[in-house]
Design a binder for this molecule. Structure first.
Ligand code: C2E
Ligand code: MG
Ligand code: MG
Length: 734
């Protein structure tokens, strides 16, 4: 500012008026210029102030922590976010050494980043921990930039507090670790299929399952598919598609996959679509897989056991039916025939009951071995249980008869040679029932039923033969079935009856005893003879309780008659099924005697030759025990068993009953005469009683009497009689 003009100056100016006017103008202009300059300076200053405030405010309101420090490391600027982060007052921060605010462990990284920011002029990004005033360490993600401003170098820092995200990350990592731990403990593998990028991520669990080094792995969907066993790929594919298309809520599949060592491993995978696009298309499929090889092997083993016969290792009924069912549908399609053969051993029960189960079992195994070579590899041989085998022949011509007949004959031939079992030579023929598809049945069960019916027919026709199913056989089979089911309740309903046939002495024609013979008073069918149901009772095991009932009733009845008739013996027939359990038979006998009060020497048990023939030692013991009691033993139907006679010497037997087939023509057929004579000689040389069965005529009677036979039974004296008729006839005489 210039000082105002003095009076002399004013005078001189006024003294020179023209020049003064110019000066005034000049001055005015200069003043105006000064004023304009001053105004611009003020405006510039205002703009500067505004800029500075705006700048400071924006830095202050910047959400990130912001700080500037100079090359010496002194803080020159910072914002509120930064101050709050480190929790220092503003005056405490001014000129503070910034690296000192960094946690000592992170200082090398931090220093290095700054150096690089200066050297390369790049923006650096690192994670370090700030050390707050209260000692808390605050993880930050910071960006560092170096800049030269007015010949001074500065470092600019913008940092983000990452405590929150780190803890989320930590939580996630911990959660994953826990999950991995749980998965590894449960030997589960985790997988996650991103369908967009077609990447399947597998965790370490998967590598462990495959036997690969422990690491996570990724595959494409196709690679996973390719690892799948070729036989399982279709199933796997179907399960994946069903889950992706939403047809099923979950993906579930058990399949085989190859391990690193080349072995196949069974895997159970379960998962579900965990993300879908807005249009519903699947985005990711996530789930777990577990090694189920051990379970599968156990299942396969159980499956094998469930479909195999434990004794012979052959397919069992279940598997046979399954194959037959399959065969029927194939045959229907290809228009071919099927043959079903049921092969039943003829005398197995006797062998098993008398020689014991070990021998029976061995025989069955040998039979299986003999049958197998009679078949082609495509045929099925099964053991249905007991002594029953079955064969299914496939791919026959539509008639099927010739092919089946050929195999049936081969089987009969193969069975013809004796079996060597534990030192025993056993003859075991078989009866074969045959049914054909499509003629005899359209499904497995119908074919099996038809073959069964045919098999019983084969048995009836003398055994050791085969029979094709024929419609008329059905009626007979039905009868058999009906008998079995009714027989079960016959005992309970008191439908069994005993008939008594007199045993007469030749010498004085006197009544010596009676044979108790079983009848069944059927409510609808009337009186049924034993030949119609004893076989069924034996097959079903019912013979044991029935036999015990006979013993009890026979002893009671005869004991009652003894009061009027004096001495009277009673013979009771005993069958294979009863003698198999010697102990039970023995106690049944003693109970029957005790309960009735009959003297043991009044009781005789009739056993057939075939029964006694086997396991003689055991029989000897049992019969000796009975003998000691006083009970006698007779051999029934003697002469029909074709057995060695040597056992007769060893067994404690009291009587031989000559079978009625020799008696029938004894007086006319010289062969029969010879046989009867031989039997009588044998009996007498062994001091046994000889009883002729089925004596019907006076001539037979006379012939036998002249030959020296001791006793007889037969219509000539009397048919078997119900108790009251017996009483009427014999009580009247005494
Ligand atoms: P079995 O022990 O040889 O009995 C003799 C069979 O010859 C009886 O047949 C009898 O009725 C019959 N019979 C008697 N006299 C004559 C005759 O003059 N001519 C002809 N042709 N036959 C005559 P049944 O009663 O039908 O018994 C048949 C078989 O059933 C018996 O033969 C026996 O093996 C068995 N059986 C009968 N009752 C029982 C029983 O309680 N238990 C067991 N296990 N089997 C029995
Ligand atoms: Mg008898
Ligand atoms: Mg007899």
């Amino acid at each position: 500012m210039r000082p105002p003009p003095s009076d002399t100056q004013k005078q001189s100016v006024l003294g020179n008026t023209g020049r003064n006017a110019d000066l005034v103008t000049e001055l005015t202009r200069a003043r105006q210029q000064v004023q304009s300059l001053e105004e611009r300076a003020r405006q510039a200053h205002l703009a500067y102030l505004r800029e500075t405030v705006l700048h400071e405010q924006s830095v202050e309101t910047f959400p990130l922590a912001f700080a500037i420090w100079n090359r010496l490391g002194r803080l020159v600027r910072w914002n509120g976010a930064f101050r709050r982060l480190v929790a220092y007052e503003a005056q405490e921060l001014a000129g503070r050494d910034l690296p000192g605010l960094i946690h000592s462990e992170d200082q090398p990284v931090f220093g290095d980043a700054i150096a690089r920011a200066f050297d390369r002029g790049e923006q650096m990004q690192i994670q370090v921990r700030l050390e707050a005033k209260n000692g808390e360490r605050i993880p930050i993600d910071c960006r560092l930039r170096a800049a030269r401003v007015a010949r001074e170098e500065y470092v600019f820092l913008a940092a983000e507090d990452i405590r929150q995200s780190l803890s989320t990350e930590n939580d996630l990592r911990r959660a994953k670790e826990r999950l991995d731990l749980a998965l590894s403990a449960s030997s589960l593998a985790l997988w996650d299929w991103d369908l967009g990028s077609d990447t399947v991520y597998f965790n370490e669990g998967w590598a462990a399952l495959l036997g690969a080094p422990l690491r996570e792995a990724t595959f494409s969907g196709d690679e996973v598919y390719a690892l799948c066993h070729p036989d399982d790929q279709e199933r796997y594919d179907r399960a994946v598609s069903a889950a992706l298309q939403g047809a099923r809520a979950t993906f579930e599949c058990e399949y085989r996959t190859q391990k690193m060592n080349g072995e196949w491993m069974w895997v159970a995978s379960r998962g579900k679509v965990t993300q879908r696009k807005d249009n519903g298309d699947p985005k990711r499929l996530t789930g777990t897989s577990a090694d189920i090889t051990a379970r599968k092997e156990a299942e396969e083993r159980a499956d094998f056991l469930a479909t195999r016969d434990a004794l012979t290792g052959l397919p069992n009924r279940l598997l046979l039916l399954d194959r037959l069912e399959q065969g029927v549908s194939n045959a229907a399609r290809k228009r071919t025939g099927i043959g079903v053969l049921l092969v039943d051993l003829d005398n197995f029960k006797t062998i098993n009951d008398s020689l014991g189960h070990d021998i029976g079992d061995d025989l069955l195994c040998q039979v299986g071995q003999r049958l197998a070579p009679c078949l082609r590899v495509t045929d099925t041989l099964a053991r249905l249980g007991g002594d029953e085998f079955a064969v299914v022949l496939e791919n026959l011509d539509i008639d099927g008869q010739r092919g089946t007949q050929h195999v049936a004959e081969k089987i009969l031939h193969a069975m013809a040679a004796p079996f060597q079992v534990h030192g025993h030579q056993l003859n075991s023929s078989c009866s074969i029932g045959i049914s054909l598809f499509p003629a005899d049945g359209r499904d497995a069960n119908a074919l099996m039923r038809a073959a069964d019916v045919a098999m019983y027919d084969a048995k009836k026709h003398g055994r050791n033969t085969y029979k094709f199913f024929a419609q008329e056989m059905n009626a007979r089979a039905h009868e058999r079935l009906a008998i079995e089911s009714y027989l079960r309740s016959a005992l309970a309903r008191d439908e069994l009856r005993l008939y008594f046939q007199p045993r007469v002495g030749f010498a004085r024609n006197d009544l010596l005893g009676v044979e108790a013979l079983l009848r069944w008073q059927h409510p609808q069918r009337g009186l049924i003879g034993p030949d119609k149901f004893i076989g069924v009772a034996e097959d079903s095991g019912l013979i044991v309780p029935i036999g015990e009932w006979v013993l009890t009733r026979a002893c009671q009845q005869v004991r009652a008659w003894q009061r009027d008739l004096g001495e009277l013996k009673v013979s009771v027939n005993v069958s294979v099924g009863q003698i198999a359990d010697g102990e039970r038979l023995f106690s049944a006998v003693t109970r029957a005697l005790d309960d009735s009060g009959l003297a043991p020497d009044a009781l005789e048990l009739e056993l057939t030759e075939s029964l006694l023939m086997m396991q003689v030692d055991e029989k000897v013991t049992l019969l000796n025990r009975l003998g000691k009691l006083g009970v006698s033993v007779a051999i029934d139907d003697f002469g029909t068993g074709y057995s060695s006679l040597s056992y007769l010497k060893r067994l404690p037997v009291d009587a031989l009953k000559i079978d009625k087939s020799f008696v029938k023509d004894v007086e006319v057929d010289m062969h029969d005469t010879a046989i009867v004579r031989a039997i009588l000689a044998l009996a007498h040389s062994l001091k046994l009683n000889a009883v002729a069965e089925g004596v019907e005529t006076a001539r037979q009677h006379a012939a036998l009497r002249s030959m020296g036979c001791d006793e007889f039974q037969g219509y000539f004296a009397s048919p078997p009689l119900p108790a009251h008729e017996f009483e009427e006839r014999y009580f009247a005489r005494c």
